[in-house]
Design a protein around this ligand. Structure first.
Ligand code: SF4
Ligand code: SF4
Length: 329
């Protein structure tokens, strides 16, 4: 439980985890103190209560140099009071990729810790397809963690068609898209859609007993997903969504992260108003200015949904101007 969002007291947290366990949940994901508040400590107490061997614990930290990662894992095990089954290098991206995968980097450290028996499996967690693909090719990496849901399914589609991923475990987060998709779709649709992809497990945030019961559904015979066009037509009842599935095929020569901007636009209308607007406000003017003078436009060539990217960027800039102005009045 992220401290700024929701942090139940220890007794409540353990009772929620126990309820999920009794309904079949056997994987519990956490991250380091203080990034995730005291979640490691609560999870460690739950593990001792229920019987450590009955559950799988996955943990993570944002350390990319080997020596820092090494210390972080020791600290996590101390907080948990036990070993972790899977330990992820968290939020790997272009800026820290070389350090993470390089000699004496975090991946090397996790391998050493695996040999010592401190962890059982090594992991890479990233929001980026190219990083996950690099992890899939790397023999030192056992498990990958990435994001996706029935709306942001582009990366999952690519993972589904790349056989290299079948050789690793794959844990999926953001199945509810930070809690916003359940306002538009049934939980069953979201879960079934996620589990229809070749993944090992889906991470679901559960903050009370009711949410546990909603998430721990009976296993259906088959997992199905609605077509992307169906998802769009449901969202179109509330706003005009950008039909971006975050496949990350588009590349901007100036480095604009197109899929992130489009995500923030959609999230703004899906209910994450303030957060999305603030994020957009940070970079949209620069991106829009670059699009105006750009003659390259190769970004559009690989878009499976034929989005006019530069025009959409200008439209978002206008939206941000209006809404930031209104929020200041
Ligand atoms: S059109 Fe805009 S987003 Fe596309 S490559 Fe040019 S500057 Fe980047
Ligand atoms: S804009 Fe198109 S190519 Fe880029 S991430 Fe979205 S769907 Fe993929």
């Amino acid at each position: 439980m992220l401290p700024d969002y929701y942090s139940p007291d220890e007794e409540t947290a353990i009772s929620i985890m126990k309820h999920a366990f009794n309904l079949g949940c056997n994987l519990f994901d956490t991250a380091i103190v203080p990034e995730y508040g005291d979640a490691e400590i609560k999870l460690g107490k739950f593990a001792a209560h229920i019987g450590r061997e009955k559950i799988i614990i996955s943990d993570k930290s944002r350390f990319f140099y080997g020596d820092e990662m090494y210390k972080a894992v020791y600290k996590s095990c101390e907080n948990l009071g036990t070993y972790t089954d899977i330990y992820f290098v968290h939020q790997v991206h272009e800026g820290n990729e070389e350090v993470t995968f390089g000699r004496y980097g975090a991946v090397d450290a996790l391998n050493e810790l695996k040999a010592e028996g401190k962890i059982k499996f090594t992991g890479i967690a990233s929001h980026y397809y190219d990083i996950l693909l690099r992890g899939a090719k790397d023999k030192r990496v056992d498990v990958l963690q990435g994001s996706g849901n029935i709306l942001e399914r582009g990366m999952l589609n690519r993972i589904e068609s790349e056989s290299l991923f079948r050789q690793k475990g794959f844990i999926l987060n953001k199945v509810y898209a930070a809690g916003i998709l359940p306002y538009f779709f049934q939980i069953q649709t979201l879960l079934s859609g996620a589990l229809s992809y070749p993944i090992s497990s889906a991470l679901i945030g559960m903050g009370n007993h009711e949410q546990v019961e909603q998430a721990m559904l009976k296993e259906p015979k088959n997992y199905t997903r609605p077509a992307f066009s169906q998802v769009m037509s449901i969202l179109e009842k509330s706003f005009v969504p950008i039909p971006c599935d975050r496949c990350q095929r588009c590349r901007c020569i100036y480095g604009t992260e197109i899929h992130t901007i489009f995500r923030q636009y959609n999230y703004y209308f899906l209910g994450k108003d303030y957060w999305a607007l603030r994020k957009l406000d940070l970079s949209i003017n620069e991106s829009a200015a670059q699009c105006k003078k750009c003659t390259d436009m190769t970004c559009m060539k690989k878009c499976p949904h034929s989005i006019n990217i530069p025009e959409t960027v200008q439209m978002i800039k206008r939206l941000v101007e209006i809404h930031v102005r209104n929020s200041l009045i």
